[in-house]
Design a protein around this ligand. Sequence first.
Ligand code: UT7
Length: 325
Amino acid sequence: MGARIIGTGSYLPEKTVTNEDLTRIVETSDEWIVKRTGIRTRHLLERDEAPADMGVAAGKAALRAAGLSPEDVDLLVVATNFPDMICPGSAPFVSSGLGLDERPFFYLKAGCSGFVYGLAVAGGLIDAGLYRHVLVVGMEALSRVTDWDDRKTCVLFGDGAGAALLGPGGDGEGILGSSIRGDAGKAMLLHLPAGGTRTPASHETVDAGGHYLKMEGSGVYRSAVPMMETATREALAAASLTLSDVDWLIPHQANIRIIESLVRRLKFDPNRVVVNLDRVANTSTASIPIALDEALRDGRITSGEVVVLTAFGAGATYGAVVVRI
Ligand code: UT7
């Protein structure tokens, strides 16, 4: 039995922050940000909004799109890197917000590749006959771990959530192939040093800014393109397909230059690439499900088309999933 996507949803916080707004808090310019990243604006949570609320909104929209109710969900997977609380994560808050009662849930942390990992894992569980309907939510509240004095990172990120409800599919439907990979030697390229069990939070760690995300941008940049290229080719091989069978490519929305370089290396048609980072910036684990949901809702991606979702991120993790919609 295969697994197919039967509904998607997404949520972006109402508050938007433009590049021009950021010039008032750090030494930067709209020109630099657009030229180096392609980002123009991003959505950010207000102080009183909880990250899990975004996951709940995206999950509800996915259930509505599938025409199913919370009772139909057998398992909830919440992919995120910065949960509402280190313990118990974000999954129980998303579960209770969705009214999933005593359904099992878990929290999956796999960098910006978390949603791709989640689809691969959920698809495998459905394929094995263990669950019928699995809701995979990708959500991220990056604004809560961003150092707003660090221009090298604060201009890049946005908050948001996306979700996909997976259910059983027939032969040639749904998830056709996947490849998920890791490169632990690159673990420190993107990390948050304090607040975990290795270096618990203390006055000293807070004074040193250890609760903020640290990134070696150019190291991440150099790895991103070969990682997504490898994963895309491997996932297509697993699906016994080639790039000429692919209708749409949805890469992780980190930087337009990374996406353009990937598309050139794959010799793929740039008009068949879904890009929304100009409006939403890099929302980490949420980036792919938000882009997928937007492209389904505006009618770009239609039933029967083959879509490749590919991501890279902290860990380092990377991966790709080939789906027939
Ligand atoms: O989801 C995965 C997470 N992360 C990523 O995907 C990030 C991947 N990396 C990138 O997208 C790029 O490396 C960045 C956008 C982060 C940076 O672009 P870059 O072309 O690699 O720039 P750079 O780091 O080499 O910096 C170039 C210059 C530096 O100035 P100097 O040393 O040449 O004088 C920076 O200090 O640009 C400066 N700079 C800025 N200037 C204005 C860095 N950030 C800014 C800024 N505004 N916001």
